[in-house]
Design a protein around this ligand. Structure first.
Ligand code: PLP
Length: 345
């Protein structure tokens, strides 16, 4: 996908005038700025951005310009990207798995906050990083529903192991914190509530007072239906933290990825063919910008335009939608409701 340097009022104007034959990703900085404001106005703690959702320089630069100064990074490459845009930014390295070289790189770039979910990774960190002033967050996982897919399948430790890890973090002289990720596109405030109470129990059981609690990631972005309201989630996080920790309340941190950035981008993809059975072939697919669609709930916020950039209206019908490659797995999940009147170019 090429990168253009033009400013357009909306994607339809550009598509109608230029009719590009390649997929185009449109960025709306004002939407990114207003989403950041939604988090900063509503979340009862420190707001950070998880770079893995979209690490383009233009995203980082716009967030920095709007006042964000703390980022969750998952690799040396992401550390470099943030340092280039904002040399003084605070970095949280919350990918719980790192090579020795990656830890040394993070240390050299003054990263002072890490997450872990295993003793082996704690030993690795402790061998390289002196504990004074360094925060280590133990990542909890629970069997909870409500998200598009389960992040606990990869990272996190159960409550008992988290308590033992917390005690070891303390014994080594690091600053003890905890974190969890309820899974991406989680619309249910109760998921955060359950996690927060479980974190408080782990800390009590371990006899450790937490410096901070990082509640993820996982906030929903507007993919279909009504725009998700983040306020009930923020209120639940605040109330649950009060109820679970009383006077020993840790500082709260959140690290949204997709929910921070998704609505600031629009993907335009062209219908390049419609076969005799009515299946549609796009010029982008699961090997490109639609990579996550098979694993996440369908995005039905679609606008179908004519080559002149006008909306296609009229009756719709469900269709199979394929990407442009020769692989049969390059297909969107289920069937997509598209107007009868679509045509290919
Ligand atoms: C540690 C961590 N934080 C934050 C995020 C961002 O999650 P989301 O995009 O669901 O907000 C992720 C996602 O992969 C993650 O692994």
């Amino acid at each position: 996908m090429g990168i253009g340097k033009f400013i357009w009022g909306n994607p339809a104007d550009h598509l109608g005038q230029h009719g590009p034959d390649h997929p185009v990703s449109y960025f709306a900085p004002h939407i990114l700025k207003s989403t950041l404001a939604r988090f900063q106005d509503g979340f009862p703690g420190l707001v950070t951005y998880a770079l893995k959702a979209n690490a383009q320089a233009v995203v980082i630069e716009n967030l920095v310009a709007a006042g964000l100064s703390t980022f969750d990074v998952a690799s040396p490459a992401e550390i470099r990207l943030v340092r280039a845009a904002c040399p003084g930014a605070t970095l949280h390295y919350n990918n719980p798995v790192r090579s020795v070289a990656e830890i040394a790189f993070a240390k050299a770039h003054n990263v002072a906050s890490y997450s872990i979910d295993s003793f082996s990774e704690l030993v690795k960190l402790a061998a390289i990083i002196p504990p004074h002033g360094i925060e280590i967050s133990v990542r909890l996982k629970l069997p909870i529903k409500g998200a598009a897919y389960d992040f606990g399948a990869k990272f996190g430790a159960g409550p008992e192991k988290c308590a033992a890890l917390l005690q070891e973090v303390m014994r080594l002289g690091f600053t003890p914190s905890m974190t969890f990720h309820p899974g991406t596109q989680c619309k249910d405030p109760a998921a955060w509530e359950t996690y927060i109470h479980a974190v408080a129990n782990v800390a009590r059981h371990a006899g450790v007072s937490l410096h901070r609690l990082n509640v993820g990631g996982g906030f929903p972005s507007h993919r279909n239906g009504a725009r998700p309201d983040l306020k009930p989630i923020f209120q639940t996080i605040d109330q649950a933290t009060k109820a679970a920790f009383a006077h020993n309340r840790p500082h709260l941190v959140c690290e949204p990825g997709r929910a921070m950035v998704a609505e600031a981008f629009t993907l335009a993809t062209r219908i390049k063919a419609i076969n005799d059975e009515g299946a549609v072939f796009l010029n982008d697919g699961t090997y490109g910008a639609l990579a996550e669609l098979p694993d996440i709930e369908a995005n039905t916020r679609l606008t179908i335009l004519t080559p002149q950039g006008q909306p296609v209206t009229g009756p719709s019908r469900p269709r199979l939608v394929f990407g442009p490659t020769c692989d049969s797995i390059d297909v969107l999940p289920g069937e997509t409701l598209l107007p009868e009147a679509i045509s290919a170019r």
